[in-house]
Ligand binder design. Structure first.
Ligand SMILES: Nc1nc2c(c(=O)[nH]1)N[C@H]1C(S)=C(S)[C@@H](COP(=O)(O)O)O[C@H]1N2
Ligand SMILES: [Mo]
Length: 381
């Protein structure tokens, strides 16, 4: 399972078959059985890629992405879970004291709020085809497979402390599996070091409200800076082993592979990126315009964003607006004296660790990590 279109198509077919069965049985179960998501997903806010939908970044007004605008990416339909019966099992050979917690047990533990992005590993995948002429398999996102929210919950490390991790457990291999309660039980392992970072959460709130069903109700993992798949929704189980845990999301998908990769690299962090908050192929009036957008990095604060309207010949600095939270994003804007014609707006970001957007990257078969400055097309009339 992974980012592959084929998987979502299979789920659609399954949903279609269930719908047909419901139709034969008669009744209104049809709509229900075919419904993959709970929240409304209007086309003026989202670009639909089937079961996955990206946010039109130009519709965002504030720093945080509201639930109504947060992108959706999942491998199967949103499950309906009840916090009254929900359990979290914490187990594995690296633990001295396995746990079985209820939702109220989580609420009793110290809570922490973290503002962080969740971004799909494949965000920007469509640009491999569009600008490198080589299609990568999976959802053809532009830049909208990202959202920033305030997540509140319990640090995963606090739960693991209660479960007593054996001292000899390796800290940097992928041995902490987080597993979802969706029908396909999506799971992905992170390292013990990452699991014990204070901002790695089992989150039960999103922008001050219960996590919306489509985003992981009642509890989802938040693993700041790491690829979207690690932010497992509808968490039901955490397993800690003394050895690496191999699952399809580390052996088949979410790996960098291709002619320029002598060996497969299992993905951990996202890459630094920036995007223009305008429709793709927007039409603007001639004259001075304020162009705005977002920039984000898995490593730190955004320290600079530069914009070019002459295909990279010259670059001008954009103004960064606060807040500018590491592993969330910064909003930027720039004034542009737009002349009539067809233009592209290029943007590139730098973070306070010196990470930059590269002029080119090697293609990879599953289309992860595209972060070359994107020539955003704009027409001025
Ligand atoms: N249980 C479960 N968790 C999941 C997924 C899933 O299919 N099932 N998709 C992952 C992927 S690939 C991404 S990019 C993020 C998307 O989170 P969102 O839908 O809240 O935006 O959730 C991750 N967590
Ligand atoms: Mo993803």
């Amino acid at each position: 399972m992974g980012e592959h279109e084929g998987v979502s198509r299979r789920h659609f077919l399954a949903a279609g078959a269930a719908g047909a069965a419901a139709l034969a049985a008669g009744g209104e179960a049809i709509a229900q059985s075919q419904k993959l998501h709970v929240k409304p997903l209007p086309s003026d806010i989202f670009i639909s890629h089937g079961i996955n939908l990206e946010t039109r970044l130009e519709t965002l007004r504030g720093y945080l992405t509201p639930a109504s605008h947060f992108f959706v990416r999942q491998h199967a339909a949103t499950p309906s879970l009840d916090p009254k019966t929900w359990r979290l099992r914490v187990e594995g050979d690296a633990l001295e004291r396995p746990l079985d917690l209820g939702f109220d047990d989580l609420l009793r533990l110290p809570s922490r709020s973290v503002i962080a992005f969740v971004e799909c590993a494949g965000n920007g995948r469509g640009f491999f085809k569009e600008f490198m002429g080589k299609v990568a398999s999976g959802t053809q996102w532009r830049s909208g497979g990202i959202g920033v929210a305030e997540w509140t919950g319990v640090p995963l490390g606090a739960v693991l402390e209660m479960a007593k991790v054996r001292k000899e457990t390796p800290r940097d291999i992928l041995n902490v599996l987080i597993e979802g309660l969706d029908s396909v039980k999506v799971s992905r392992p992170i390292s013990l070091a990452k699991a014990f970072e204070e901002d790695t959460l089992l989150a039960y709130a999103f922008n001050g409200e219960p996590v919306p069903p489509d985003h992981g109700f009642p509890v989802r993992a938040i693993v700041p800076g790491w690829v979207g798949i690690n932010n497992v929704k509808w968490v039901g189980r955490v397993e800690v082993r003394t050895t690496t845990i191999d699952v399809p999301t580390t052996t088949k998908s979410y790996v960098l592979e291709g002619p320029d990769y002598p060996r497969e690299i299992v993905l951990r962090e996202q890459t630094i990126k920036s995007a223009v908050a305008l429709p793709w192929g927007a039409t603007l009036r001639a004259g001075v315009q304020r162009v705005r957008g977002f920039a984000w990095s898995p490593a730190g604060r955004i320290s600079r964003v530069e914009v070019s309207v002459d295909r990279g010949a010259t670059w001008q600095p954009a103004t960064l607006r606060e807040p500018n939270i590491p592993r969330a994003w910064a909003r930027w804007d720039v004034e542009w004296d737009a002349r009539p014609g067809e233009h592209v707006i290029l943007t590139r970001a730098v973070d306070d660790h010196g990470n930059t957007q590269p002029a080119s990257i090697p293609w990879n078969a599953q289309g992860y990590g595209y972060n070359v400055p994107v020539p955003h097309p704009v027409k001025v009339t």
